[in-house]
Structure formats: C-alpha cells, structure tokens
Design a binder for this molecule. Structure first.
Ligand code: 3UK
Length: 502
C-alpha cells in the first residue's frame, strides 16, 4: 500500500471528508445524538488541542477506557492527529488489570467513562496518573481551539496500541503503526466486504476490541460512510432494536451473540431487511449457527479470523465465496502458512500452527522483547492457532495451540480464573478448560480439588461462580464446576489442561 512518507493517518480517515464534500453527512449515529463529518473534524481537533493543553507531547500515551460513544472517536483521532498514542483497553476489565496497564504503558493521562469509575478509580489510587472522566474532558474540549495542525509522521511510526492477553503473564501492548488501519480497512473492509460510502455499519462487538474498532470506526471512516454506536451491553433485544431503528447494511457480531439472537428469533420475527451482510469473528462460528441464521433471516454470516496483533481479519469467507464451518480463504494481501513444530510446512490437509504475514501487523509488544521475539519472526506473526486447509483451499480452525479460551469472542486466561478460585478458602487447586455449551460455543469449566475430603455441594458451586463473577470480568466465570480428587500434572508440576479437555 502506497502512503506518503510524511503524513498523519487522521487526515485520510477524518479531515479528508471535508475536502471531499461530506461535511453534512452523518459520520456517527447513536440513540441520543448524531455527529456529522464536519462536527467530527471539529471535535477531533478540539480533543487533540485539549490533550496538548494538558501537557501531553507527541509520543506520550493516552489510556482511554471509553464506552462506545462519539467521544471515543474524538479522543482516539484527536490523540493521533496531535502525535499522541491512544490505547483503548477492554472496558470489562477489573481494577488490577487497569493498574497494571497504567504502569506498563507509562501513560500520561487516563480518560474514562464514568460507568467504569468503580474499577478505574481504585486502580488510579494504586498506580497514580492524571485522570479525568469523559464528561470532564468534553467540558474542557469546549474551551479548546477548533483548529489543529496534523503532526506529520512516517507510515511505520507508532500510532496506537491495543492490549492483548496471554495464557500466562500480563496483557501485552501490541504497538500498531500509522499505516495499519489503512491496510486493514482497504484489504478486508473495502476489497472483501465491499464497504462503500453508502453503507451503514453496526457492530455489536465494542470499539475496544480490534474487531469492533475496524467494524464500527475505521471501515466507516475510511469509506466516508456512517457508523451506528450503542453503549449498552449487547443483548439480542438491544441489537435487534438498533438494527430496526437505524437500518444498518452491515452487521457485525460474535458467535455467542448470534446463538442468543437465534434463540430470541424463535420467539418472534424481527426486521433485519436492511442488512446486506453479517460478519462473525472472535471465535469459530459453528456451521449449525450459520445454517439456522440463513434459514431464519435469509442472510449469510461471513466468518473470518483476525487478531489484535494483525489488527483485523486476515482469513475470511466472502459473499461470493464461502464455506460454513471454515474461516474461508486468506484475504488477498495476507500470506498464510501452516507449520509443524520444527518449522516445516505441513503436508496438504494436515493440522499445524498458523503463521500469517501482512502490512497491518503490529510492530512489537511494548516492553516485552521476549514475547515479541516468539510471536513476530521475520515479518511473520505466530497466531497461536492450529489450522488445516481442506482440498478446496478453505482454512479450518482446529483450536488453540495454548490453553487460552475465547468466551463470547473475548480472551480468557485459565490461569487468571484458577487464581481466583484458589482464593476461596475451601479450594486447594483448580484447573480451567473450555467446554462446549448447547450451541457448540466455548465456556469455562472448572475442575476443583477441595482442601478437605469430600465433594462440593451446589451451594459451594454457586459461591465459586459468584466469586469469579464479582472479582473477574463477568464473562470469565466458570459455567460448570466439577469436583475431583487430583489434577493431571507433568513431572514439573504443570497442570495438563489438555487431559481435562478430552
Ligand atoms: C481466535 C478465531 C476461529 C483465534 C479479532 C477479528 O478475535 C480477534 O482478536 P483477538 O486478539 O483474538 C485472536 C484469536 O481469536 N479467533 C478470532 N476469530 C476467529 N478463531 N475462528 C474465528 N473466526 O484464536 C485468534 O488467534 O481477541 C477478530 C478482527 C480483529 C480481531 N482482533
């Protein structure tokens, strides 16, 4: 992709639309306000100036724990235009994760939606850094200048980060370049999905998720089209309500939500006639969900695999070329290879580790040279996924190569849930594995060894679930608890979770 050697990516995504005559067009719609492109340009400038006025200088990091609302756009692009690096973490995390990120990122400022105050404020007490709520920031923005000169950068310069979790250790800040959003918007958004100026996009997956960031912000802005935002937790009702009210042409969900929406559709028809394509990512979409959705709604769901490190989808089904139960074919512009443990290509049809290469891939992990060296090798990205290719060339997901789980499309580390369970006075040891629910979707299941003989009763099971639900991000709690007398371990004492998955 050809980009000028001196540019700022906020210009083609935001400012360009004024020059191209889209000032009066709606960039963002929500149930409480609409924002035109002209208003977006102005507020992005005010946000950038407010950050500079607060003493941030180019290269400084801004941590923005912001719900899906127009201010997310103002902060993200205002920062980038001013040369400041925005970091939008998962908004469902808990206090210790945020305290870690404040320290790890060395951010100069935290801006947060007041809904998240109960986790952010104690984290600020533990890892002090200047902070203010989105409302307070919007108040300051009103006083700032509406003109801002874009700070010039090179396409390879650091632009924004996304935190990604691993099975052990802390979240890793994947550092993305100026060019990366251009590449993913063009390769997947425009060339695979065919997003154009006349589309209206609604992503149930939130903006903090690289998937949602592309769906709900970068693709609409790249094409000068309209994004619909909803700050509520997505449920079948809330998502159908948004679709009926705003008539999006593109709808983006995750498999667990499609399953819940299907259950809701059995109870009554909803009007999805505006939607020309549905997209799914985050975890594999079972073929059965694809089939039932098509039967009910007449639309197909395009499954595609992406990652935080790759920024967006790199293997995908498309409207004119899809196969249910597979992730589709490589998106043109990305190279894919499947390797065995020795690094050799597997024979046709065999399973192996999926590596990918493409120009939207993160440059490195912040402060984690060893993780960078393991994951990013000679321009290739180790996805940590096991894949095989069928004889028609479609790629089939065979699970993770590590113990990580995807629940509702979001990462869950078994170690984190296990540590929480061990915090309960009755628990000696615990192991978490993925277990399929009635829709074939993965949810955490706990194997628990108690300190005292005997097995746990339903009351204890309920207590353990509540403990996890209240101390971890709520989607991480174990949906099943099985009491066992011991856990399978290696000679060195490592839990063999794969034995429990069988
Ligand atoms: C898994 C899938 C099977 C897979 C993402 C679209 O999910 C995204 O990013 P994350 O960093 O997770 C990446 C990992 O999730 N996965 C994602 N999609 C699929 N597995 N089928 C799928 N369709 O383990 C992958 O390595 O949270 C998805 C766009 C941008 C993204 N960041």
């Amino acid at each position: 992709m050809r980009l000028s050697s001196r540019f700022n990516v906020a210009v083609p995504f935001v400012d360009r639309h004024l020059a191209e005559g889209r000032g009066a067009k709606l960039a963002i719609r929500t149930t409480s306000e609409d924002v035109t492109y002209a208003e977006l340009v102005e507020r992005v400038n005010r946000a950038g100036n407010t950050l500079l006025a607060k003493g941030l200088v180019p290269g400084d990091r801004l941590l923005m724990v912001v719900k899906d609302c127009p201010a997310f756009f103002f902060l993200f692009w205002g920062a980038i235009k001013a040369g400041i690096v925005p970091i939008p973490p998962n908004t469902l995390l808990r206090m210790p994760d945020y305290a870690y990120m404040f320290e790890d990122s060395g951010c100069k400022l935290v801006v947060y939606s007041s809904e998240f105050a109960s986790e952010i404020e104690p984290a600020l007490a533990q890892a002090p850094v200047e902070a203010l709520t989105v409302d307070a920031f919007l108040g300051e923005m009103a006083k700032a200048s509406a003109a801002l000169e874009a700070r010039l950068a090179a396409p390879e310069d650091d632009c924004f980060w996304l935190y990604s979790s691993g099975s052990t250790g802390r979240p890793k800040g994947a550092v993305h370049r100026q060019r990366d959003m251009v590449v993913s918007s063009e390769l997947y958004g425009v060339r695979v999905l065919g997003v154009t100026e006349s589309d209206v996009s609604f992503s149930a997956a939130k903006l903090f998720f690289a998937y949602g960031l592309g769906n709900g912000m970068t693709f609409p802005l790249w094409t000068g089209s309209t994004a619909i935002l909803d700050d509520r937790r997505p449920t079948p009702d809330s998502t159908f309500e948004m679709i009926e009210r705003f008539g999006p042409t593109l709808y983006y969900g995750v498999p667990a939500l499609y399953a819940a929406q299907l259950a809701a559709l059995e109870k009554g028809g909803r009007d999805l006639s505006s939607v020309r394509a549905c997209v799914s990512a985050g975890e594999a979409l079972p073929a059965e969900i694809f089939r039932r959705w098509k039967e009910r709604t007449g639309t197909i769901i395009l499954d595609g695999i992406g990652s935080t490190e790759a920024l967006h989808i790199f293997i995908a089904n498309r409207l004119d070329d899809y196969k249910p139960g597979t992730s589709g074919r490589p998106v043109p512009g990305y190279d894919v290879r499947i390797l065995d443990e020795t690094g050799k290509a597997v024979p046709p049809g065999a399973s192996g580790r999926l590596w990918i290469r493409g120009e939207s891939a993160a440059k490195y992990y912040w402060n984690k040279p060893e993780r960078t060296a393991e994951t990013m090798v000679d321009g290739w990205l180790n996805t940590g996924d096991t894949y095989r290719q069928d004889d028609e060339g479609y790629l089939i997901y065979d699970g993770r190569s590590d113990d990580m789980l995807k629940v509702g499309g979001i990462w869950c580390s078994p170690v984190e849930i296990e540590s929480c369970l061990i915090g309960h006075g009755a628990v000696l040891e615990a192991a978490i594995v993925g277990h399929a629910d009635e829709h074939g979707l993965t949810k955490p299941k706990a194997f628990v060894v108690l300190k005292h003989d005997g097995t746990g009763d339903p009351a204890l099971t309920e207590e353990l679930m509540t403990l996890c639900r209240t101390s971890l991000a709520p989607y991480k709690y174990p949906r099943w608890v099985e009491y066992v007398t011991e856990l399978p371990k290696t000679a060195t004492g490592k839990i063999q979770r794969f034995k429990l998955r069988a």
